[in-house]
Structure formats: C-alpha cells, structure tokens
Design a protein around this ligand. Structure first.
Ligand code: FDA
Length: 395
C-alpha cells in the first residue's frame, strides 16, 4: 500500500467520524481522517455547557426523528449507551446523571475528545486544518484531493455533520457529496433551536428572561420541561425539543399549568371567591408571566364575579395557549439539523450506501435526529461504530 492509499477516508473529525475511525483502526484498517477545523471534535468541546451530555439512558428509537422511524433501530441496538459508558469508565472519566437519563462528564468535554483520540491506534492518521478538495470515485476507489496530495481508498465515510453552527465548522458538505454520488437528501431544517414570535405574541417579549415549567405540544409530540421567554421569542429545553417537530406556519400549544386537572379554575372560585386570576396564576407561575397571562385573559376582578363559563374558557386557554412562531433562530443557533441524507439510501446495519458500495454516511449527516439530552451523540457513536465495524480491508 502506498503512503496515500488507505482502507478508508473519513471526512469529518467529529463525534461520528472519530468513533468510526477508532473502531476501523482497531480492526486493522488504515484510516485517514480529514477535517477543515484546526482541531478535532469542536462540537463535542462546546456541548453540554462544556461537560458533554454524552448519552442518554432512555435511548430508544422513538426518541429520534426520521422519515423512516425504524431506521435507527439496528445501529442503536448494536452500540448502546451501556457500551459508550463502558468506554468512558475504561478511560477513568468521572460522570453523573443530571436529569431525565442525561449523562454528563463531571470534569470537561475535552475528556471525551481525548478518549476518542486515544481509541485511534497508529493506523489512523488525522489531518486537521485541511480544506476538502475534489472528491471522486472510479475503478472501485475514492480519490480525495488535499492540497498537493491525492489520498485514495475503497471506502469513503461522510461524517461532516450538518450545517448547524457554521461559526464552529458546521457545513452542508455532506449533502453536496451525497447528491454528487446520487443519494437523495431529505430537506435539512434547523432543529433544537429557539422559535421566534411576531405580531400579537410580541407582547411576550417583555418577559425576556422569565422561565417556567410547562408542557408544550405539537401533533403527537409533547414535552414537559422548562420554557424560557427571550427577546426574540421562546427557548428553553421544552421549546428546543418541540422545534424539531415544528414547521413554518404551524402552531404549538403551551400548557402553562400542566399539573392542574380539568375544572380547577371554577373549583378555585368556590374555594377562594375573593381571589383574582392574577393572584391565582401568581401562586403557580413567575410573577411577570402570571401578570402577562392575566392581562391577556382580560378577566379582572374577583373570581366570585366571573361566570363559570368564562372561567372554563380561560382554563382551556391556559392549558393550550396557541403560539404561531414566525420562524426559528436558524442554523446559527440550532444544536442539530433535522433531515439529511435519506435513510432509504443506506443500510441500517452498516450505514453503507446501497447504490455505491464503499460509501458510508454517519452521524448528523443522516436523516436521523435525536431529542435534546444526549440522544444525538448516542446516534453519532452508534452510526459511527456501525460503519467502523463494516469497513473492509483493501483488496
Ligand atoms: P460533528 O459536527 O460532531 O462533526 C462534523 C465534523 O466535520 C466537524 O469536526 C467539522 O469541522 C467537520 N466538517 C464539517 N464540514 C466540513 C467541511 N466542509 N470540510 C471539512 N470538514 C468539515 N448532542 C448531545 O447528544 N449532547 C449534547 O450535550 C449536545 N450539545 C450540543 C451543544 C451545541 C452548542 C451544539 C451545536 C450541538 C450539541 N449537540 C449535543 C449535538 C451534537 O454536537 C451533534 O449531534 C454531534 O456532534 C453530531 O456528530 P457528527 O460527528 O455527525 O458531526
């Protein structure tokens, strides 16, 4: 094998690319990993507030969005959160469960990047700070121009992620390459992203900085977590989660009091007839939010003077407050991308393209997107592992 001939070229030294390279390298494959960023794993480094929420114990296929909801099943079953945790523990990285099955490093996300690099044996060569030039395929080999040199391999792994956060290296290269090799791409959209409000809802801008535990719904999806009002609209974990399901022009429904059963407001009238709506809401919600909602409901005065029917209508409004977001804060603020290389093009076992043996697509580049909370890294590890386990030795 010549110096520039490899068993696989991996494009992207992020979560999925490094996992794939390590696994293939440990199986004796010679691998070249190329990235335009000056250092590997930049998204890992900033993830989870610098502590990397590296997996979720609740990982299950129904926590991933995809045109084919069954696609992720095989890879997620073959490489599980327990497998990644075993790796983390083998590298003596201290971790903790924060909430909802989310596992974080006690120390720093850097430990995860160092671990992935340490898992790459000598046969894995890392080329960072490298613009990816021409990529083509012929006679069973992929050829990659890297400045003055040309690297070749019978396998090419597209692991360049999605276009979220271009400032730290996110790009649409995966889609361009996939299309060039004849693979379909499901329209990419920003996901896990704050939603913007305009029109009547702009009144809520006065609440910027206020956060409250709510339930948000869109179609079949619902999330019970905190929402945060911002000067542009809505954010916080609940909103980021629902943003992945939302499409332009559609409404989301927010239940501001998800713990209250039906009939609580007429019931409160009987128990505390002298109370006002503003005071009742203030018992359960931050003052500024309670005042804004009470103002919108326009039900002044004591409960005793309000008809039960009006209270029932107010209760329904509070349980399904309708927002029609004007948009999202876009790829600049999106943690991930919904959509990507169509799963119909790939083997769910190995991530290899059906049309072009030797071509693999892994991680966020694929049309599989996880919920907030460590699911996206688990997909990166599992899909990277699946490809790394499949890459063949050069003939
Ligand atoms: P990833 O983005 O990790 O890697 C792609 C690599 O390709 C990068 O190194 C990039 O530089 C390189 N690349 C891209 N375009 C290129 C080009 N044109 N030429 C050369 N190289 C190119 N998930 C989670 O589970 N838990 C968490 O805590 C977080 N936190 C989080 C915070 C923030 C701020 C963001 C933006 C995202 C998260 N995520 C997350 C999501 C998670 O980071 C993401 O899903 C994975 O990193 C995806 O792994 P990939 O390997 O597919 O792409």
């Amino acid at each position: 094998m010549t110096k520039d001939r490899y068993d696989a070229i991996v494009l992207g030294a992020g979560a999925a690319g490094l996992m794939c390279a390590g696994v293939a390298g440990q199986r004796g494959r010679r691998v070249l990993v190329v990235d335009h960023a000056d250092r590997p794993g930049r998204k890992i480094l900033i993830s989870g507030g610098g502590r990397c929420n590296f997996t979720n114990l609740g990982t299950a296929p129904d926590r991933f969005l995809s045109a084919n909801p069954h696609f992720a099943r095989s890879a997620l079953a073959r490489y599980t959160p327990a497998d990644f945790l075993e790796l983390v523990e083998r590298h003596d990285i201290a971790w903790h469960e924060k909430t909802l099955g989310q596992l974080f490093c006690d120390g720093s996300a850097r430990q995860i990047v160092d671990m992935l690099l340490a898992e790459c044996p000598d046969g894995v060569e890392l080329a960072t700070g490298q613009a990816i030039g021409e990529v083509d395929h012929g006679d069973g080999l992929f050829r990659l121009r890297l400045g003055a040199r040309t690297a070749t391999a019978p396998a090419l792994v597209i692991a360049t992620g999605g276009p979220s956060i271009p400032k730290i290296g996110g790009s649409g290269l995966a889609y361009d390459l996939a299309r060039r090799f004849g693979l379909k791409v499901v329209e990419p959209r920003p996901a896990l992203v704050p939603l913007t409000l305009t029109g009547d809802d702009l009144l809520f801008r006065a609440l910027a900085g206020v956060s409250a535990p709510i339930e948000v719904r869109h179609g079949e999806a619902s999330f019970r977590e905190a929402a945060l009002f911002t000067h542009r609209g809505l954010s916080g974990p609940a909103i980021l989660q629902i943003s992945s399901y939302w499409r332009r022009g559609e409404a989301i429904a927010v239940d501001f009091l998800p713990d209250r059963g039906a009939g609580w407001l007429p019931g409160a009238k009987r128990a505390t007839p002298r109370a006002t709506i503003a005071r009742l809401l203030g018992d359960a919600l931050p003052d500024r939010l309670a005042a804004a909602l009470a103002g919108r409901l326009a039900l002044g005065g004591e409960l005793a003077n309000l008809a039960d029917a009006r209270l029932a209508t107010a209760e329904q409004a509070l349980a399904a407050w309708r927002f029609v977001p004007s948009g999202t804060e876009g790829f600049a603020k999106a943690e991930v991308t919904v959509g990507g290389v169509s799963t119909a093009e790939l083997s769910s076992r190995s991530m290899e393209a059906r049309k072009l043996p030797g071509l693999y697509v892994v991680g966020e580049a694929v049309d599989v997107t996880g919920w907030l909370g460590g699911y996206n890294f688990q997909w990166a590890w599992a899909s990277g592992w699946a490809a790394g386990d499949d890459i063949r030795l050069s003939p």
